[in-house]
Ligand binder design. Sequence first.
Ligand SMILES: Cc1ncc(COP(=O)(O)O)c(C=O)c1O
Length: 311
Amino acid sequence: MIDFKKSIVQPIQSASLDARGIELFVKRDDLLHPDISGNKWRKLRFNVIQCFKNHNAGILTFGGAYSNHLLATAAASAEVGLKSIGIVRGDELTSESNAILKRCTSYGMELQFVSRELYQLRNDRYYQENLLIQNSNYYVVPEGGANYLGMIGCQELVSQIEQPFDVIVSAQGTSTTSCGLALGLDDSQRLMVVPVLKGYDSIGEMQSLMSRSAMAEDAIDFALSSVLVSDEYHFGGYGKYTWELLEFIRSFHNRYRIKLDPIYTGKAMYALQKEIDSGAMDGKRIVFLHTGGVQGAQSIIEKSGFDLFGG
Ligand SMILES: Cc1ncc(COP(=O)(O)O)c(C=O)c1O
């Protein structure tokens, strides 16, 4: 239903990259679909296939008030004829609370609002079993699509990049995308991850997701040996930003007409720029993965009062 060919590999040219012998490309997964963009369809694709194999009625998943994953699940389910339920963090919210939740509802997703305390239990087996008693024949996908099937959907992405490269760069939230990418690399290639949460243990989180997916310890060590962590660019934590970051996103858009967002891809591209400036990437062929997310960041962009993409 989504044509992966829409995700082009776009070259980024500048005199400063040339001077450093760097070739930079953006893998434009943000072009895949307006609401199922970036890594979202990568993470959902095999989950949807599994859902059909199981003859489930639909997908039940979890997310916060501005979750890109909830929106993508609602849109993808509607597109393939599955039902969807979103368990949303915050029982003060309603389906009218913001544009993302309204859009989820318009795709037919049933939203169930739970307290922050209850939401803490989202990965608990008994809580999930209880949810399935109330919502029978649904297939549970964890928050952010963080499961084995999400991971291998992201692994598939690497095989679709025809451009030879040395380093692939991605923003990191749940680690699902980075785990998949790490599994898809050959032994000369490296993955640079940019966690967007403060104090995030990138390697520990990747290890934990891989071992939950029943991967052997030596296979995990092998995959993680290709990972470079650039963890100084969270800008204070999830959803936090500075004027400097917004200015960077604006000038990147002015120059290359590619929209980044202040939650994920803006931070990752900023981190890459800093690594380039430091000389650490000299002579490398780099692919930056555009994981989408501008839609979900819309309200943060509006609240900032900053005209990010106007110029
Ligand atoms: C736009 C965007 N980029 C990157 C990420 C991080 O991906 P992951 O959670 O798989 O680490 C997310 C979160 O899912 C996201 O919404």
